[in-house]
Design a protein around this ligand. Structure first.
Ligand code: 5GP
Ligand code: ZN
Length: 140
């Protein structure tokens, strides 16, 4: 399903031109228009899913397989020293385009990318509560 008001639906399906690195029946990989680093790319499903909560299992698998292939290509061609894979869900997490996408951010020693956070502490009580509430058993 496509969303007529969604810019990433239009880009993914070729209705708006983009700097495309890879394209198949399910996804398109494009260069980010405001890159965090040289080679910053986005993997866009051709169907509209707002976020990780909505994406189909089949599409999620295809996205991660594409990420792996693209990552190896980037490693071979860019002389990068690291790579961050990032996927934002919801405004609070920094999502600005509400069509699922995965960022591939090549990293270089002197780059200007900052993905650091202040480390907290996992207390015993909270740990138990989180394990109680978040663990699940059935197969993926
Ligand atoms: P988010 O913050 O939602 O995880 O990431 C959205 C990303 O899409 C940003 O890095 C932004 O630069 C990129 N972006 C937004 N609009 C366009 C566009 O029209 N074309 C391309 N290539 N990238 C876009
Ligand atoms: Zn869309």
């Amino acid at each position: 399903m496509k969303d007529n008001n969604c810019i990433f639906c239009k880009i993914a399906n070729g209705e708006i031109p983009s700097a495309t690195l890879y394209d198949d029946e399910k996804v398109r990989v494009i260069l980010d228009i405001s890159p965090a680093s040289k080679g910053h790319a986005l993997i866009l499903p051709k169907e509209h899913y707002a976020n990780l909560y909505e994406i189909s299992d089949e599409m999620a698998m295809h996205v991660i397989k594409t990420a792996k292939k693209m990552a190896i290509k980037m490693k071979d061609e860019l002389g990068l020293e690291g790579l961050n894979v990032l996927q934002n869900n919801g405004e609070a997490a920094g999502q600005t385009v509400f069509h699922y996408h995965m960022h591939l951010v090549p990293r270089y020693k002197e780059d200007k990318v900052n993905m650091k956070w202040e480390n907290g502490e996992l207390g015993e009580e909270l740990k138990e509560e989180l394990v109680r509430n978040l663990s699940f058993e059935s197969g993926i």
